[in-house]
Write a protein that binds this ligand. Structure first.
Ligand SMILES: [Zn+2]
Length: 265
Protein backbone atom coordinates (compact mmCIF):
# COMPACT_ATOMS: atom_id res chain seq x y z
CA UNK A 1 0.00 0.00 0.00
CA UNK A 2 1.27 3.48 -0.88
CA UNK A 3 1.21 6.25 1.74
CA UNK A 4 1.76 10.02 1.69
CA UNK A 5 5.11 11.02 3.20
CA UNK A 6 5.17 13.12 6.40
CA UNK A 7 5.49 16.42 4.50
CA UNK A 8 2.62 15.63 2.10
CA UNK A 9 0.33 14.37 4.90
CA UNK A 10 0.88 17.50 7.03
CA UNK A 11 0.42 19.90 4.08
CA UNK A 12 -2.81 18.17 3.06
CA UNK A 13 -4.24 18.29 6.62
CA UNK A 14 -3.46 22.03 6.86
CA UNK A 15 -5.05 22.67 3.44
CA UNK A 16 -8.21 20.66 4.22
CA UNK A 17 -8.45 22.34 7.66
CA UNK A 18 -8.55 25.74 5.96
CA UNK A 19 -11.22 24.60 3.49
CA UNK A 20 -13.28 23.03 6.31
CA UNK A 21 -13.18 26.27 8.30
CA UNK A 22 -13.91 28.50 5.28
CA UNK A 23 -16.94 26.39 4.35
CA UNK A 24 -18.32 26.81 7.91
CA UNK A 25 -18.22 23.09 8.61
CA UNK A 26 -16.59 23.96 11.95
CA UNK A 27 -16.65 26.89 14.36
CA UNK A 28 -13.82 27.96 16.68
CA UNK A 29 -11.68 24.88 17.46
CA UNK A 30 -14.21 22.22 16.38
CA UNK A 31 -13.43 19.26 14.14
CA UNK A 32 -10.41 17.06 13.53
CA UNK A 33 -8.52 15.58 10.59
CA UNK A 34 -6.08 12.67 10.35
CA UNK A 35 -4.01 11.14 7.57
CA UNK A 36 -2.07 7.88 7.46
CA UNK A 37 1.64 8.18 6.69
CA UNK A 38 2.51 4.49 7.04
CA UNK A 39 0.83 1.20 8.02
CA UNK A 40 0.95 2.10 11.75
CA UNK A 41 1.33 5.90 11.81
CA UNK A 42 -0.95 8.88 11.34
CA UNK A 43 -0.69 12.67 11.47
CA UNK A 44 -3.48 14.26 13.53
CA UNK A 45 -4.79 17.72 14.38
CA UNK A 46 -4.10 18.87 17.95
CA UNK A 47 -6.64 20.03 20.51
CA UNK A 48 -7.47 23.71 20.88
CA UNK A 49 -6.51 25.04 17.44
CA UNK A 50 -8.89 26.39 14.80
CA UNK A 51 -8.78 24.30 11.64
CA UNK A 52 -8.59 27.58 9.73
CA UNK A 53 -5.26 28.55 11.33
CA UNK A 54 -3.36 25.25 11.51
CA UNK A 55 0.37 25.17 10.86
CA UNK A 56 2.25 21.96 9.87
CA UNK A 57 4.32 22.17 13.09
CA UNK A 58 1.11 22.01 15.21
CA UNK A 59 0.32 18.49 14.00
CA UNK A 60 0.85 15.34 16.07
CA UNK A 61 2.34 12.08 14.79
CA UNK A 62 0.84 9.00 16.45
CA UNK A 63 0.79 5.23 16.28
CA UNK A 64 -2.54 3.50 15.73
CA UNK A 65 -2.47 2.39 19.40
CA UNK A 66 -2.53 6.08 20.42
CA UNK A 67 1.17 6.45 21.31
CA UNK A 68 2.39 9.98 20.50
CA UNK A 69 5.59 9.88 18.41
CA UNK A 70 6.02 13.60 17.76
CA UNK A 71 4.10 16.70 18.81
CA UNK A 72 4.36 20.47 18.96
CA UNK A 73 3.05 22.57 21.84
CA UNK A 74 -0.34 20.84 21.96
CA UNK A 75 -1.72 17.35 22.66
CA UNK A 76 -3.82 15.45 20.10
CA UNK A 77 -7.58 16.09 20.23
CA UNK A 78 -9.61 13.75 22.46
CA UNK A 79 -11.72 12.92 19.38
CA UNK A 80 -8.72 11.26 17.67
CA UNK A 81 -9.79 8.05 19.49
CA UNK A 82 -12.64 7.86 16.98
CA UNK A 83 -10.20 8.18 14.05
CA UNK A 84 -7.88 5.50 15.47
CA UNK A 85 -10.81 3.12 15.80
CA UNK A 86 -11.79 3.65 12.15
CA UNK A 87 -8.21 2.88 11.00
CA UNK A 88 -8.14 -0.26 13.18
CA UNK A 89 -11.55 -1.52 12.05
CA UNK A 90 -10.88 -0.82 8.36
CA UNK A 91 -7.19 -1.06 7.33
CA UNK A 92 -7.98 0.24 3.80
CA UNK A 93 -8.77 3.69 5.26
CA UNK A 94 -6.03 6.33 4.89
CA UNK A 95 -7.85 9.51 5.90
CA UNK A 96 -10.63 10.60 8.29
CA UNK A 97 -12.46 13.94 8.60
CA UNK A 98 -14.75 14.97 11.45
CA UNK A 99 -16.68 18.25 11.52
CA UNK A 100 -19.99 19.80 12.51
CA UNK A 101 -21.39 20.93 9.13
CA UNK A 102 -24.64 22.71 10.04
CA UNK A 103 -27.17 20.90 7.84
CA UNK A 104 -25.82 17.37 8.31
CA UNK A 105 -25.47 18.11 12.05
CA UNK A 106 -29.11 19.26 12.15
CA UNK A 107 -30.16 15.90 10.67
CA UNK A 108 -27.94 14.22 13.31
CA UNK A 109 -29.72 16.22 16.02
CA UNK A 110 -33.10 15.20 14.61
CA UNK A 111 -31.91 11.55 14.51
CA UNK A 112 -32.66 11.28 10.78
CA UNK A 113 -30.33 9.15 8.61
CA UNK A 114 -29.35 10.43 5.17
CA UNK A 115 -30.64 7.44 3.27
CA UNK A 116 -33.19 8.56 0.69
CA UNK A 117 -32.41 7.45 -2.87
CA UNK A 118 -32.89 10.81 -4.54
CA UNK A 119 -29.43 11.87 -5.64
CA UNK A 120 -27.19 9.53 -7.73
CA UNK A 121 -23.87 11.26 -6.90
CA UNK A 122 -24.39 10.79 -3.15
CA UNK A 123 -25.37 7.16 -3.62
CA UNK A 124 -22.26 6.44 -5.68
CA UNK A 125 -19.62 8.33 -3.69
CA UNK A 126 -20.90 7.81 -0.14
CA UNK A 127 -23.99 5.59 -0.13
CA UNK A 128 -26.39 5.83 2.77
CA UNK A 129 -25.36 7.62 5.97
CA UNK A 130 -26.79 6.20 9.20
CA UNK A 131 -27.11 8.10 12.49
CA UNK A 132 -25.18 6.50 15.33
CA UNK A 133 -26.63 6.84 18.84
CA UNK A 134 -25.48 9.69 21.07
CA UNK A 135 -22.29 9.47 23.08
CA UNK A 136 -20.49 12.40 24.70
CA UNK A 137 -17.93 14.11 22.42
CA UNK A 138 -14.41 12.91 23.13
CA UNK A 139 -15.63 9.91 25.19
CA UNK A 140 -14.69 6.25 24.62
CA UNK A 141 -18.39 5.71 23.82
CA UNK A 142 -17.97 7.26 20.37
CA UNK A 143 -15.31 4.85 19.01
CA UNK A 144 -17.31 1.94 20.44
CA UNK A 145 -20.55 3.16 18.87
CA UNK A 146 -19.11 3.66 15.37
CA UNK A 147 -17.02 0.46 15.24
CA UNK A 148 -19.74 -1.76 13.67
CA UNK A 149 -20.16 0.68 10.74
CA UNK A 150 -16.53 1.24 9.69
CA UNK A 151 -16.37 -1.46 7.02
CA UNK A 152 -19.87 -1.25 5.53
CA UNK A 153 -20.26 2.53 5.29
CA UNK A 154 -18.20 5.58 4.25
CA UNK A 155 -19.76 8.26 6.45
CA UNK A 156 -21.80 8.52 9.63
CA UNK A 157 -23.82 11.10 11.51
CA UNK A 158 -23.09 11.19 15.24
CA UNK A 159 -26.37 11.93 17.04
CA UNK A 160 -26.52 15.50 18.45
CA UNK A 161 -22.91 16.04 17.40
CA UNK A 162 -21.75 16.07 13.76
CA UNK A 163 -20.46 14.01 10.86
CA UNK A 164 -17.47 11.73 10.29
CA UNK A 165 -16.25 10.47 6.91
CA UNK A 166 -13.36 8.29 5.79
CA UNK A 167 -11.75 7.09 2.59
CA UNK A 168 -8.83 5.31 0.99
CA UNK A 169 -7.11 8.71 0.89
CA UNK A 170 -7.57 11.83 3.01
CA UNK A 171 -8.76 13.60 -0.14
CA UNK A 172 -11.51 11.01 -0.59
CA UNK A 173 -12.53 11.44 3.09
CA UNK A 174 -12.68 15.23 2.57
CA UNK A 175 -14.75 14.93 -0.62
CA UNK A 176 -17.11 12.63 1.26
CA UNK A 177 -17.53 15.26 3.98
CA UNK A 178 -18.37 17.85 1.32
CA UNK A 179 -20.77 15.39 -0.35
CA UNK A 180 -22.41 14.56 3.00
CA UNK A 181 -23.25 18.22 3.64
CA UNK A 182 -24.35 18.71 0.02
CA UNK A 183 -26.63 15.64 0.20
CA UNK A 184 -28.03 16.87 3.54
CA UNK A 185 -28.76 20.25 1.96
CA UNK A 186 -30.62 18.64 -0.97
CA UNK A 187 -32.61 16.46 1.48
CA UNK A 188 -33.49 19.58 3.46
CA UNK A 189 -34.63 21.50 0.38
CA UNK A 190 -36.62 18.67 -1.17
CA UNK A 191 -38.03 17.27 2.07
CA UNK A 192 -38.68 20.37 4.10
CA UNK A 193 -38.74 23.43 1.83
CA UNK A 194 -39.97 22.27 -1.59
CA UNK A 195 -41.75 19.35 0.12
CA UNK A 196 -41.44 16.89 -2.77
CA UNK A 197 -38.84 14.41 -3.98
CA UNK A 198 -39.16 11.69 -6.61
CA UNK A 199 -37.40 8.69 -5.08
CA UNK A 200 -35.33 6.49 -7.43
CA UNK A 201 -36.70 2.99 -8.01
CA UNK A 202 -34.78 -0.04 -6.73
CA UNK A 203 -33.78 -0.84 -10.36
CA UNK A 204 -32.29 2.65 -10.68
CA UNK A 205 -30.54 2.22 -7.32
CA UNK A 206 -29.09 -1.14 -8.42
CA UNK A 207 -27.72 0.54 -11.56
CA UNK A 208 -25.95 3.11 -9.35
CA UNK A 209 -24.61 0.42 -7.02
CA UNK A 210 -23.08 -1.32 -10.07
CA UNK A 211 -21.31 1.94 -11.01
CA UNK A 212 -20.17 2.28 -7.39
CA UNK A 213 -18.72 -1.23 -7.45
CA UNK A 214 -16.99 -0.56 -10.78
CA UNK A 215 -15.27 2.36 -9.04
CA UNK A 216 -14.04 -0.11 -6.41
CA UNK A 217 -16.38 1.17 -3.66
CA UNK A 218 -17.90 -1.93 -2.05
CA UNK A 219 -19.31 -0.10 1.00
CA UNK A 220 -22.15 2.38 1.39
CA UNK A 221 -25.21 0.21 2.06
CA UNK A 222 -28.57 0.47 0.35
CA UNK A 223 -31.50 2.84 0.92
CA UNK A 224 -34.05 1.15 3.25
CA UNK A 225 -36.67 0.72 0.51
CA UNK A 226 -34.19 -1.34 -1.57
CA UNK A 227 -32.45 -3.29 1.19
CA UNK A 228 -33.58 -6.85 1.92
CA UNK A 229 -33.40 -5.84 5.55
CA UNK A 230 -33.76 -2.19 6.55
CA UNK A 231 -30.35 -2.40 8.26
CA UNK A 232 -27.84 -5.05 9.18
CA UNK A 233 -27.03 -3.11 12.31
CA UNK A 234 -28.91 -3.06 15.54
CA UNK A 235 -28.37 0.31 17.09
CA UNK A 236 -30.14 2.10 19.88
CA UNK A 237 -31.57 5.55 19.84
CA UNK A 238 -31.72 5.79 16.05
CA UNK A 239 -34.93 7.05 14.55
CA UNK A 240 -35.39 5.47 11.14
CA UNK A 241 -36.57 7.93 8.53
CA UNK A 242 -39.96 6.43 7.79
CA UNK A 243 -41.66 7.50 4.58
CA UNK A 244 -44.24 10.20 5.27
CA UNK A 245 -47.79 8.87 5.06
CA UNK A 246 -50.43 11.26 3.88
CA UNK A 247 -54.09 11.10 4.88
CA UNK A 248 -56.42 10.56 1.95
CA UNK A 249 -59.55 12.67 1.42
CA UNK A 250 -61.62 9.74 2.78
CA UNK A 251 -59.45 9.61 5.95
CA UNK A 252 -59.94 13.35 6.44
CA UNK A 253 -63.70 13.02 6.06
CA UNK A 254 -63.83 10.23 8.67
CA UNK A 255 -61.76 12.32 11.11
CA UNK A 256 -63.90 15.45 10.54
CA UNK A 257 -67.12 13.45 11.07
CA UNK A 258 -65.75 11.92 14.30
CA UNK A 259 -64.76 15.37 15.63
CA UNK A 260 -68.14 16.91 14.74
CA UNK A 261 -69.89 13.97 16.43
CA UNK A 262 -67.81 14.51 19.59
CA UNK A 263 -68.74 18.17 19.58
CA UNK A 264 -72.42 17.22 19.15
CA UNK A 265 -72.71 19.12 15.86
ZN1 LIG B 1 -16.94 16.89 17.22
Amino acid sequence: MKYLNDYQAKELIVDIGRRMYNKHYVAANDGNITCKAGPDTIWATPTGVSKGYLKPEDLVKMRLDGTVLQQGALKPSSEIKMHLRIYCENPAVQGVCHAHPPIATSFAIAGISLDKAIYPEALITIGTIPVVHYEAPGSQGIPDSIAPYCKDYNALLLANHGAVTWGESLMEAWYRLESTEHYAMILMYTGHIIGKANVLSCEQVQELVKIREKLGIMSGGLPPHCAAKASNLVDVGVTPSAPATKATAADVEIIVRAVLQKLGL
